[in-house]
Design a binder for this molecule. Sequence first.
Ligand code: 23J
Ligand code: MN
Length: 263
Amino acid sequence: MTASQTLQAMGAMLASGDIEVVDCTGVLGPNTPILQLPPDFAKNTPKVEIHKISEYDEDGPFFAWNWMVLGEHSGTHFDAPHHWVTGKDYEDGYTDTLAIQRVVAPVNVIDCSKESAENPDFLLTPEHVKEWEAKHGEIGKGEWVVMRTDWDKRAHDENLFLNTDENGPHSPGPTPECVEYLLSKGIVGWGSQCIGTDAGQAGGMNPPFPAHNFLHRDNCFGLASLANLDKLPPKGAILIAAPLKIERGTGSPIRALALVPKG
Ligand code: 23J
Ligand code: MN
């Protein structure tokens, strides 16, 4: 099949619903959970604000529109390589310079929902990933890999989502070895349903925040606060995760869309 025939068939299947579009995005607004780093360690992103300009009133008789306070790393969002010091020198590592072809790719969905329900500090290891590959097929070059934890079911409540106690945040993520293994497969990026690409306790790992450190070192991308991964097959979907073209941006909220075969 030629690319032209494939796209034509795909258009027909989108129209008929044989290919479904699954929205892997959470609602972006004042209740969206935002990362809270220890204030003695770093400055933080403010909560999302939506302010009315007008709504068919004296400030705009025929139209409704808003303005926002919005951090780049808010809600369902994209981490560009320049976000981390290990990726600082990539000229194509910003939201406006990255190779956009890369962000549309097959997605591998690793189901860790059961393990994460039992242990909020669950860590995905290379051994887990290799077991998953033996069952579902190898992770390919240029593909997305996302960790299904069903953490989106907590997103209505910031405390539940961040899950912080006196020892810091508790949420699942990858080990440093796991990120290295995935990068050895040539992935385009790694996605999480939690507040960031790293585990809650990743500040204490070696190196700290290994998903950020290694992904961006290799000019790869991160996705955070993904939703509805329980509606995706382990393999066979295509994920579109495109950041806004923010000038010299280090990340951006996205509307993450998965194209999924019906049924
Ligand atoms: C800065 C420092 C640590 C983390 C993060 C940012 C994120 O999660 C992010 O949104 O990139 S863990
Ligand atoms: Mn981020």
